[in-house]
Design a binder for this molecule. Structure first.
Ligand code: NCD
Length: 342
């Protein structure tokens, strides 16, 4: 039986190959679980999962809530606008209130980086067993999205065995607003952690030269990289060149709400230079899958017809897999163990 060592899941930079394997194995099990007419598995019966989202969300929140319900956990969700946050209550006091009500897992999204980590540190001081799962913090990290993208790609390349080895040596392009994307940052560590090479692509306003520090160094804040053979990271400005020998491409939305100034003034030109279309993919010679974490802006980072083309665009698969992957991480964190038998 494999032991799971992360009490909280705050980012993926600290994940080892074994951690990725545990998540992927279990996700695959949950995805293919014959439910025999029963929708729920009893694994987390009696556990309380609370979702604390201080930032909007369509997919992540519903997916976590559904995942928790599929495992028979009780689910409680928090809405900041109608809570005592509007009366000046602090974040930690809000979190402690949910802990006092018996929450076993708090799923936290916030627009400031490191809020989930700070809450985890504060909770640990109180000796509670409650776990924190980061559901997206500022520009920093979005671990569950990174894991579901990882699983989706592995399952695309090797459906019979979607494990890290399926990604080893693959070349994955991430294109678009990388500067503001926590999804890109989490994917960077997840993909290279499984031995894939990542090519970051975008104009210098959305992919500034400071990203080149990732090219040669271990993940920030990690002195001993838990991954021995990490894939390479490189930067390319020209999308057609980047796509030339790519095995998959992930495109990202322009996150206007996080831009202090309008970094892209001409959307038509941006689409021409960095937008994904059938024509652009055709010119790279082979059929490669397209990922998008959603929400998508049609006609900007991706054409409408490509977004809807399920033979190429895996956006629907990502949403579906998101539920099994989140079931896996809820299970691992709640029980502290991976698969017991094949
Ligand atoms: C992303 C996020 O919130 O970071 N969406 C998501 O969780 N699926 C990306 C985005 O907002 O563009």
């Amino acid at each position: 039986m494999s032991k799971w060592k992360h009490k909280h899941i705050l980012d993926l930079a600290s994940f080892s190959l074994e951690d990725y394997s545990s998540v992927m194995e279990l996700s695959h099990r949950f995805r293919n679980q014959p439910l025999k007419g029963v929708r729920k598995l009893p694994a987390l019966q009696g556990r309380l999962v609370s979702t604390l989202f201080f930032e909007p969300s369509t997919r992540t929140r519903s997916s976590f809530e559904l995942a928790a319900k599929n495992l028979s956990a009780d689910v409680q969700s928090f809405t900041p606008s109608t809570s005592s946050i509007s009366k000046g209550e602090s974040l930690i006091d809000t979190a402690l209130t949910y802990v006092a009500m018996g929450a076993d897992i708090l799923i936290v999204r916030h627009n400031c980086a490191n809020v989930p980590e700070q809450l985890a540190n504060e909770l640990d001081k109180t000796k509670t067993n409650t776990s924190i799962l980061n559901a997206g913090d500022g520009l920093h990290s979005h671990p569950s999205q990174g894991l579901l993208d990882l699983y989706t790609l592995a399952n695309h390349f090797k459906p019979e065995q979607p494990l890290p080895i399926a990604l080893s040596g693959k070349r994955i392009v991430i294109v678009g607003d990388i500067l503001h994307s926590r999804v890109a940052r989490s994917n960077l560590w997840a993909l290279t952690g499984c031995g894939a090479d990542v090519i970051l692509c975008g104009p210098s306003s959305l992919l500034p030269s400071c990203f080149s520090e990732f090219v040669s160094s271990p993940p920030p804040g990690i002195s001993n990289d838990p991954v021995v053979n990490r894939g390479q990271i490189s930067i390319k400005r020209d999308l057609d060149e980047a796509l030339c020998d790519a095995d998959a491409v992930m495109t990202l939305r322009l996150q206007k709400e996080r831009m202090h100034e309008n970094l892209i003034t001409d959307l038509r030109r941006y689409h021409y230079e960095y937008g994904l279309t059938h024509e652009r993919l055709k010119s790279c010679g082979k059929k490669i899958p397209v990922l998008h974490p959603g929400p998508a802006n049609r006609g900007v980072e991706i054409s409408s017809s490509l977004l809807e083309d399920r033979s190429i665009c895996l956006i629907e698969e990502q949403v579906k897999n998101g539920i099994s992957v989140r079931m896996a991480i809820l299970y691992l964190v709640a029980t502290g163990k991976g698969l017991t038998s094949k």
